[in-house]
Ligand binder design. Sequence first.
Ligand code: ADP
Ligand code: MG
Length: 346
Amino acid sequence: SSVKSDHSRVSLSGSASTDSGNALRGDSLDESANHNDARWPRQNSLSMKEWDIPYDELKLFEVIGTGRFGTVYRGSWHGAVAVKLLHVQALGDDVTPLDTFKHEVATFRKTRHENLVLFMGACMKPPKLAIVTSLCAGMTLYTHVHLRRDKFNANKSVLVAQQLAQGMGYLHARGIIHKDLKSKNIFLENGKVVITDFGLFSVTKLCFGNNARGDSLGIPPGWLGYLAPELARALRPHASVHLPFSKHTDVYAFGTVWYELLVGEWPFKGQPPEAVIWQVGKGVKQSLANLQASRDIKDILMLCWSFHASDRPDFAHLLSTLEKLPRKRLARSPSHPVQLSRSADS
Ligand code: ADP
Ligand code: MG
């Protein structure tokens, strides 16, 4: 099963978060087990238990925010945690959403990287479905850029982008597609980048019955700028579509984060969603005429935003490009390393 792109479903029939289309094969124990396509091989259901947190053991404090997921609480479970409690409507006899949830949890638990939020476990007994991760300190990149209007100079932008490329490169190497890379899912903790919500996009659709927060197309504000042309073209007014997420669509989204860092806005600022979708789908890009930046820096944007998915670079390539960008201040005063925290967090 070598599927190129991951056809996630906005509706809830089992979707996969990995390139191979089977997030569960990552376990060494499973490799030799019979593969006659049981979706939940025995070994896996056993190992899943290690990640099952009894709901009663969680302490929930205040609500941090509400997203498409449901509600995020500050909580406690052997220390400070973030608990994403999903708003699940009665599942009835349909076990598919639960399978989707477990599937994505299975993906999540495979990740260990400095720039990725730490997954601690999940509550998997309906109707209490929750994902428990470490509590991110600091603020999201979204808050820095769009709410506080903090300025990121080229050096700081590069440091953030490098860490993003490292975390994303790791995810891709593990066969995981983020599907929802955006500044709201990137935390800055004293200059360290922490990426959240990877591979959970289909789970968010568990709670998508309430389109109230989106517009007529059910599109949450700020989401469109991250959508690659092939995704924009697949959008339909009624939510039940397959969106062809892939590593390439993650790279496109990374391009948009790079743009936010450089410009302090989303691309296609102020334009109605229909106009953005139409332009992106046709291959029209946000103009960079007013962006004061070097050729190299603009080239990264244009490459990530390539119309054809296969023309976009991968994260390993992006990382080496970013590392080669000239950084004058760093070169001049090596004894004073740039500290993101100084200007971005204060
Ligand atoms: P979105 O990503 O669209 O903002 P979420 O449901 O993912 O929606 O998050 C809701 C709120 O909870 C946001 O303000 C987000 O910054 C915050 N949040 C999510 N995960 C964490 C975490 N691990 N640590 C701290 N805050 C978090
Ligand atoms: Mg989020």
